[in-house]
Design a protein around this ligand. Structure first.
Ligand code: GLU
Length: 284
């Protein structure tokens, strides 16, 4: 199968060194395997995404020497497709509406002061709205996956595996019932409106639509991969490999935040650095 990968930035700010590392790692992996490198713009959060940031992403990537085929996939163009996937999960009886705010979730935890159980998607949902039917869905509510039902529907989830091709935990991985139910829990699949898919749902659907064979991304998403593999299994989407690369940190060892403009590629450009200088800064 020909190699296909992608870079999936959110246009919520300038690309920084961490993004450059991610995009270049994906681009080079495609190059050495005579494969394809695609772009996917994660512009689903319309309150934070801006066309100016998207234009800057393109300019920065070109400056780094990266090219990609058009058209670029935009998350905002795919609401109907995500809604169809939710409909399918609804027909299987695996989703429910949820009106809980963050505060509701904290209040429902038996002993929040002892530290809420954390999964790859944040606090493991205590299940307040579980059991509600989708017929009671009100616009503005979120939609959650009933993890126990999803696992039950799939049967032996250890059948579902994936390859980690990055430097950490390299090798085959498998889904695990206990981990999914207690360590991940009932994740949010859509926020506020049926078509506004949450990241986990849109990324899985779009990776399949773009024919991605290996997702290249930061090691911070390593733990979320089990969610992606589970959704692929539920939606009959193909298994893909995952390559989680090291994170670029600042001088204090802190992960570069998305909004850390100090390390913006555009800033290095303005200061007169060359693309090679920027590559050297991130060890490439
Ligand atoms: N926009 C996501 C990020 O920057 C992409 C995650 C992914 O590649 O799956 O972390």
């Amino acid at each position: 199968m020909p190699y296909v990968t992608r870079f999936a930035p959110s246009p919520t700010g300038p690309l920084h060194l961490g993004h450059a590392f991610s995009a270049l790692t994906a681009y080079r992996r495609a190059e050495v395997q005579n494969g394809r490198f695609l772009l996917r713009i994660e512009d689903g959060d319309t309150s934070r995404c801006r066309p100016e940031w998207e234009a800057l992403i393109y300019a920065d990537l070109r400056w780094l020497g990266i090219i990609w085929p058009e058209p670029v996939l935009h998350v905002t163009a795919r609401e109907g497709i995500y809604a169809n996937a939710l409909k399918r999960l609804d027909e299987l009886g695996l989703i429910y509406p949820c009106s809980c705010t963050r505060r509701d979730v904290m209040n429902a935890l038996s002993a929040p002061q002892e530290g809420a159980p954390m999964g790859p998607d944040g606090i493991v949902y205590p299940g307040t709205c579980r059991g509600r039917s989708m017929t009671t869905y009100q616009p503005g509510e979120a939609i959650r996956l009933d993890m126990a039902k999803a696992v039950d529907y799939l049967g032996d989830v250890s059948r579902f595996s994936w390859q980690e091709t990055g430097p950490y935990e390299t090798g085959p991985h498998r889904l695990n019932t206990d981990q999914l139910i207690h360590g991940v829990g009932d994740i949010v699949l859509a926020r506020k409106e049926i078509g506004t898919a949450a990241y986990h749902l849109s990324v899985v659907i779009d990776d399949a639509a773009q024919g991605i064979t290996e997702a290249v991304r930061g090691a911070d998403l390593m733990e979320a991969t089990q969610i992606h593999r589970l959704l692929q299994a539920l939606l009959d989407l193909p298994e893909i490999a995952y390559h989680h690369h090291r994170l670029i940190r600042d001088e204090d060892g802190k992960r570069l935040a998305k909004r850390s403009d100090a390390k913006a590629i555009s800033k290095f450009r303005e200061e007169g650095l060359s693309p090679e200088d920027v590559k050297a800064l991130i060890g490439l």
